[in-house]
Design a protein around this ligand. Structure first.
Ligand SMILES: [Zn+2]
Length: 234
């Protein structure tokens, strides 16, 4: 199976779905991690171009933990992702490159505008990926993927429909998040948030809900046409 995870910022996938991606990777599925934004606002001291370059390398290092393919969009500047012809074509091209059976992306009601816009554009381009007359560098796909929304930050206003037991891959999730070294002090200063404590707390909370030590959770996108069978990991 082919799996594509699309996050807005360079560390979003690690926070919300890396344990699930690790399970896919370990069972032999092809995993692609795509990041839309450059992460250029992730520092109080470094200029945009410098922090963006650092964060790009951190995201690549994290994807390498899974031996996942890594794709970037157009390095959009943090806070300014909009649904335009260009952004739709960029997202479309990334989906066509990855040719996924399943896409994991943000919830449409997450706290950050870039997260919400990423979810919207992913949903908006889904139906176009098989359409031959919409041209991109990558050729059209043959089939439509199922889209799953991953948890919101800290689980705010998110009612899970599916849980994935990530107890066996939680250490890999931590290892991937630890690649984003530039963000630990920034998040501490900005949000009083400690990366590893954060995923430990959320992972255990979601695990508590489904009877396992650690879990991640998802909602399925209510769209058409659907596949006959769900393709998220049990
Ligand atoms: Zn983010």
């Amino acid at each position: 199976m082919r799996v594509l995870a699309i996050g807005a910022h360079p560390d979003d996938l690690e926070l919300q779905c890396a344990g699930t991606l690790a399970k896919y990777a370990l069972r032999g599925d092809h995993v692609t991690m795509a990041v839309a934004m450059s992460g250029d606002c992730g520092s109080a001291t470094l200029p945009k171009r410098e922090i963006a370059a650092i964060r790009g390398e951190e995201a690549r290092a994290s994807a390498a933990v899974l031996a996942a393919e890594f794709l970037v969009m157009r390095d959009y500047s943090d806070g300014f992702l909009f649904s335009t012809e260009q952004t739709r074509l960029d997202f479309l091209n990334v989906v066509r490159q990855a040719r996924p059976d399943v896409i994991l992306t943000h919830s449409p009601n997450d706290y950050h505008p870039d997260h919400r816009m990423t979810a919207q554009i992913v949903c908006d381009v889904r139906i176009m990926i098989t359409v031959p007359n919409i041209k991109t560098e990558a050729p059209p796909c043959e089939t439509l993927p199922e889209i799953y929304f991953f948890d919101t930050m800290a689980g705010v206003d998110f009612v899970p429909q599916h849980y994935v037991d990530i107890s066996s891959t939680f250490d890999m999730k931590k290892q991937m998040l630890a690649c984003h070294k530039s963000q630990s002090s920034w998040l501490q200063d900005q949000y009083n948030m400690t990366y590893l404590d954060f995923i430990d707390c959320v992972g255990r909370f979601r695990g508590l809900q489904c009877g396992v030590p650690y879990a991640e959770c998802f909602q399925v996108s209510p769209t058409w046409p659907k596949r006959a069978k769900g393709i998220l990991l049990p």
